[in-house]
Design a protein around this ligand. Structure first.
Ligand code: GAP
Length: 513
């Protein structure tokens, strides 16, 4: 645990030190759970967004994008169920006065049991070596089975109680499990209450005529209310999808873990409109497609798993999370939800406008069902960033900090370094920068010894360093150094563009899907 916390602290401080993420309003002591993306962070974030957009919109003939407004008519949130049901169950500790999400306290308790399972697996791996069969072990070892059963029983009871709005039972569960406040160690809890997560604001000049609005808590509703506009103007045929990326806002009770849970964040969502009755098939299809997208980035297959929901959101008939192994354990990265016709039917009811699709093949109208994929851009940023940050022991006994970002996502693709600041080398290096910057973000760096510059670029996540030296003057060649292997090779200046393109081209990465 301490090791995990240590690693996470390093991630946060590295993000600041290397210009990726800053605390918002830092000079005024910051705002809790609000962050700013810095000069490198904004590029990484943009590259992740583009990677998603390309895969979802550009590569699918039947998916188009929109960019709807953050402010929307307040009735939308009544229709969608957010006014009445977008709540988190909260509980206060009477001694520490700290507020918690009741479900998170219970989930954290289960995560501790899971740590015990992992310890058993580790021990057995050591004992049995190469002959160890993990799948067999976790399905037969009595201790592991006992732990797993305990987790399943707790989560299932919590899911049922939350679904029934039986908040008294959620409190009982916390008491029965003897969960203590992580801050004070006290078990002196208030009752569990529901807390609405939407931020309110006002539209209008005078106090009397102002209209109450909400900052959108998800981008999805902007897609639903535009469904018919897009379908008609784009002459879209079912099945088809509408995608959008944009800000969402939630007044999170437990806002912690850096950019994992923020109050202002960005989502990348896609609603896929389908024929009623086909939702199971599309649910499986999108689970597979989205997992492949994640795997194409090479962050490691073992770092992902599906987690099916026990407690379904008010709009869903099936839901799963793609969880990622963050420095603090497996947590939700993306949600895939079978939303039925809930949203469109609700908007029909509340707006009084028909939101139906006429199916020419079937010769009838119906309200389409919807399959949603929804991923937090900031969470994806954290997944990529934390997974990429490594400390490596080198052969000479020193260590290096390297940010092994997938090259396709790295903010700067190459750093161009003159070996020395004289003999005409800077001029050649600057010419290379001028030439490459039409195609890639590149940086020029001449300060400090070249070894230090390599280390700086390693920590910055730059996949290639290109060094101009005295041989360059003779034969127009440079050395290219690869961040991850530290290997170097001599290449012609005229070949640089193609070499870099090969490594950073979105197509080459997405083809791995
Ligand atoms: N439209 C469906 C929807 O919003 P969700 O599971 O509440 O579903 C989808 O959110 C994704 O948005 C999550 O998987 C997560 O990646 C991201 N997300 C949700 N709340 C967040 C928060 N407070 N901070 C950062 N990302 C968040």
């Amino acid at each position: 645990m301490a090791k995990q916390e240590d690693k996470f602290k390093k991630v946060i401080s590295h993000a600041k030190e290397y210009g990726y993420v800053f605390q918002s309003s830092e000079i005024y002591d910051g705002l809790s759970a609000i962050y700013d993306y810095a000069q490198n962070g904004v590029e990484l974030k943009k590259n992740i967004r583009d990677y998603w957009w390309k895969a979802m919109v550009q590569m699918h003939d039947n998916i188009v994008g929109i960019d709807s407004a953050i402010f929307m008519h307040p009735t939308i949130w009544k229709a969608s169920g957010h006014v009445d049901a977008f709540n988190d169950p909260l509980i206060d500790n009477k001694d520490s006065k700290k507020r918690y999400r009741a479900d998170v306290l219970i989930e954290d308790y289960c995560a501790k049991i899971e740590t015990k399972i992992n310890k058993e697996i580790k021990k057995a791996t050591k004992r049995f070596g190469d002959s160890f069969n993990k799948d067999e072990f976790i399905t037969t070892n009595t201790r592991v089975l006992g732990y797993q059963e305990k987790i399943d029983t707790i989560l299932s009871r919590m899911g049922k109680s939350l679904e029934k709005e039986d908040l008294a039972d959620v409190k009982s569960l916390i008491e029965e499990l003897e969960i203590a406040c992580p801050l004070s160690g006290s078990k002196n809890w208030t009752d569990v209450k529901q807390f609405n997560l939407m931020f309110g604001t006002k539209l209008g000049a005078s106090a009397e005529s102002a209209m109450d609005l909400y900052l959108r808590p998800e981008t999805a509703q902007g897609i639903f209310v535009n469904f018919l506009n897009v379908q008609k103007t784009g002459r879209m045929k079912i099945p088809f999808g509408i995608a959008q990326t944009g800000k969402a806002f939630r007044n999170e009770i437990v806002a912690r873990q850096f950019i994992f849970r923020m109050r202002e964040f960005e989502q990348m969502e896609m609603q896929f409109f389908i024929k009623p009755g086909t939702q199971k098939e599309w649910f499986e299809k999108w689970k597979e497609t989205r997992l492949k997208w994640h795997l194409s980035l090479g962050l490691g297959e073992d770092n992902y798993r599906f987690h099916d929901h026990e407690k379904l959101a008010h709009y869903a008939d099936a839901a799963t999370d793609i969880e990622f192994k963050f420095p603090f354990g497996f947590k939700e990265l993306e949600g895939i939800h079978s939303r039925t016709d809930f949203d469109l039917s609700q908007h029909e009811k509340f707006s009084g406008k028909k939101l139906q699709y006429f199916d020419h093949e079937e010769n009838k109208s119906y309200t389409p069902y919807v399959l949603e994929t929804s991923i937090g851009l900031d969470r994806m940023f954290l997944a990529v960033f934390s997974n990429s940050l490594v400390e490596e022991e080198l052969e000479n006994g020193t260590t290096r900090t390297v940010l092994k970002l997938p090259a396709v996502l790295a903010p700067n693709k190459a750093a161009i370094l003159p070996l020395v600041k004289k003999d005409g080398l800077p001029a050649i290096a600057k010419k290379i920068v001028e030439d490459l910057k039409w195609d890639f973000n590149v940086v020029y760096d001449e300060k400090d010894a070249v070894g230090r510059r390599y280390r700086r670029q390693d920590a910055n996540g730059t996949p290639f360093c290109i060094t101009v030296d005295h041989d360059t003057l003779e034969n127009n060649t440079v050395t290219i150094r690869y961040r991850d292997t530290m290997e170097q090779s001599r290449v012609k200046i005229e070949d640089l563009r193609d070499i870099i393109k090969q490594e950073v081209d979105v197509k080459n990465w997405l083809m791995k899907m």
